[in-house]
Ligand binder design. Structure first.
Ligand SMILES: NC(=O)C1=CN([C@@H]2O[C@H](COP(=O)(O)OP(=O)(O)OC[C@H]3O[C@@H](n4cnc5c(N)ncnc54)[C@H](OP(=O)(O)O)[C@@H]3O)[C@@H](O)[C@H]2O)C=CC1
Ligand SMILES: O=C(O)[C@@H]1CCC=N1
Length: 267
C-alpha cells in the first residue's frame, strides 16, 4: 500500500530527513507544509508536493511528521487535531512532548510515534531512535515508519523512557562533534595547515575513527591504545585532554541536554 507521508516543517531536521528520503528518489507521495517559503521551495525541489496548511497535511497524509520546534507545537497541534485520519500515525521529533502529552491534544485513540533523528540524515548517515505508542500497529505499519528513517541512515526502536538519552547520544552529539572538528581545524591552522585542509583532515579522521568503532567491533579504548605508541606523541595529547577534563566535559554536555529536555517536559 502506498502511503502519503506528510511533513509539517521542513527546516534543518525535516529538510535533512527529506534530503535523505530523496537520495534514491522519493518512493512515496510526500506532502510538505512550512511557513518558510525557502524551506518549502527546498522540499519541492526534492520532489515533495507543497501543501497550503498544516491542516491539509493532517487531512491527506497517512504518516505525519511534526518537524517544527516544540515552541510552535501550541500553534501547530490544534491545526492538526480534528483533521487527522483515524488510522494516521503522527511522528513527533520534539523533545519535551511525550506520547501521553501528544495524545492529550491529538486524541487518546490517535497513534503517536516519537522519533529522535539527527541532521546527518541528509547524507543517509543519520541515527534515529523510534518509540511507538502502546496502540496496535500492523508489523508493516511499523516498518513503514522505520523505513522513513532507514532511508536516511540507521533506525532503532527503543522504549520511550530512553528517548531523552537517545537525543543526548545521537541528536545533540553532532554539534559536539562539529565543535571538536572546528577546534582541531583551528589547531592545525595554527600549525600552518591551510584552513580548508585543516577541516578536511579533522573531519575525515573523525569519520574514519567512527567507522573503526562501528566496523571492527573493537572497544573504543582498544582502538585508542592502537594509536598511542609507547613514549610517542599521541599519548601526550591524551594526557593533555585528560588534564583538561575532556571526557568529563563530554559526559556533562550529554547530561546538560538531558536535563534541558526534562525541563521542557509538558504535562
Ligand atoms: N535540528 C536538529 O538537529 C534536530 C531537531 N529535532 C527536532 O526536530 C524539530 C524541528 O527542528 P528543526 O528542523 O531544527 O527546526 P527548524 O526551525 O530548522 O525547522 C522548522 C521549520 O518549520 C517552520 N515552521 C515554524 N512554524 C511553523 C508552522 N506553524 N507551520 C509550519 N511550519 C512552521 C520553520 O519556519 P521558520 O524558520 O520561518 O520559523 C522552519 O522552516 C524540533 O522538534 C526539533 O527538536 C530533533 C532532532 C535533531
Ligand atoms: O537542540 C534541540 O533542541 C534539538 C533536539 C535535538 C537536537 N536538536
Amino acid at each position: 500500500m502506498e502511503r502519503v507521508i506528510g511533513f509539517i516543517g521542513a527546516g534543518n531536521m525535516g529538510g535533512a530527513l527529506l534530503g535523505g528520503l530523496a537520495r534514491e528518489g522519493l518512493q512515496n507521495t510526500v506532502l510538505v507544509f512550512d511557513v518558510s517559503e525557502q524551506a518549502l521551495a527546498n522540499a519541492v525541489s526534492l520532489g515533495a508536493e507543497g501543501a497550503s496548511s498544516a491542516a491539509e497535511v493532517a487531512m491527506k497524509a497517512d504518516i505525519i511528521v511534526l518537524a517544527v520546534k516544540p515552541q510552535f507545537y501550541p500553534d501547530v497541534l490544534p491545526q492538526v487535531q480534528g483533521n487527522l485520519r483515524k488510522t494516521a500515525m503522527v511522528i513527533s521529533l520534539a523533545p519535551g512532548y511525550d506520547i501521553a502529552a501528544l495524545k492529550k491534544v491529538l486524541g487518546q485513540e490517535q497513534r503517536i510515534v516519537r522519533a529522535m533523528p539527527n541532521t546527518p540524515a541528509l547524507l543517509g548517515e543519520g541515527m534515529t531512535s523510534v518509540a511507538f505508542s502502546e496502540d496496535s500497529y500492523e508489523v508493516e505499519e511499523k516498518e513503514a515508519v522505520l523505513q522513513i528513517f532507514r532511508k536516511a541512515g540507521k533506525a532503532v526502536e527503543i522504549r520511550e523512557a530512553l528517548m531523552d538519552a537517545a537525543m543526548a547520544a545521537a541528536s545533540c552529539s553532532p554539534a559536539f562533534a562539529y565543535l571538536f572538528i572546528e577546534a582541531l581545524g583551528d589547531a592545525a591552522t595554527a600549525m600552518g595547515v591551510p584552513r580548508a585542509l585543516s577541516y578536511e583532515m579533522a573531519a575525515q579522521s573523525l569519520l574514519g575513527a567512527a567507522k573503526m568503532v562501528l566496523e571492527t567491533g573493537k572497544h573504543p579504548g582498544e582502538l585508542k591504545d592502537m594509536v598511542c605508541s609507547p613514549g610517542g606523541t599521541t599519548i601526550q595529547g591524551v594526557i593533555a585532554l585528560e588534564k583538561a577534563g575532556f571526557r568529563a566535559a563530554v559526559m556533562e554536555a550529554a547530561k546538560a541536554t538531558l536535563d534541558r529536555a526534562q525541563e521542557m517536559k509538558q504535562s
